[in-house]
Design a binder for this molecule. Sequence first.
Ligand SMILES: [Zn+2]
Length: 259
Amino acid sequence: MTESFTKEDGNTELWHTIFAVGHPDLSKQQEFHAKLPRDPRCRLCNAPFAGLGGLYMRFRGKVASSRNENYCNACDGFLDAFPGGAEVEMSMLFADIRNSTAFAESAGPKAASDRVNRFLDSATKAITDNDGFILAFYGDCIVAVWPPGFSGPDHARMAVKAAREIAGHARARVEAAPVGVGVHKGTVYIGTVQAAKGLFRDVSIFGAEVNVTARLAASAAAGEALASRDILEAAGGTGEMKSYELKGISRPVEAAALG
Ligand SMILES: [Zn+2]
């Protein structure tokens, strides 16, 4: 996903437990933290960094890590102590804004920034309301995953629902950004990535199924969400399947536009 980072291996069993099965200690923390206000939160344990919940966390010694504000100090310490990852089957979603370069040129930087922020707000809400886990924002793209260890066995249905909500939001409002969404299920490698000299660790996903998801999002029209056959069947949904030739993917991928 991010080429400037190096994928790390190791601690496979622990990573598999956390993301595929659910680690009992971490699951308890996530559940408890979810009840406390408010965003932004630690991407791993869900600890809030703002609002009353953030204040409570500070009393408990949990704050955003000084090295990586996406994680709390405790989880950042975990990533540092247990670098690695595992292959896990999960649902994933890519959503990105179309023609943002042209829009920024014609509407100006302030309008472009407002539009991206509105997209990120509404997409974040759709993802977190449906128990997804935001992995990355980069540029005007958002990447989310539903690892069974975090989101439970019903992850495909929740990811499809989030995709439908993000696309629906883009269609419903004139001021909304033209967003294309791709949602898919498959086995990916989820694990830590290391920047130069091990200075910074983050969590990322790798593999052909990640590329399928990204390419589905790129193939979706503005205001459209494309769901692969794999995820739609797992979600118990139906749709009119079409075969897509996706750039860089050797097999044709069947997908349907979500209504
Ligand atoms: Zn944490």
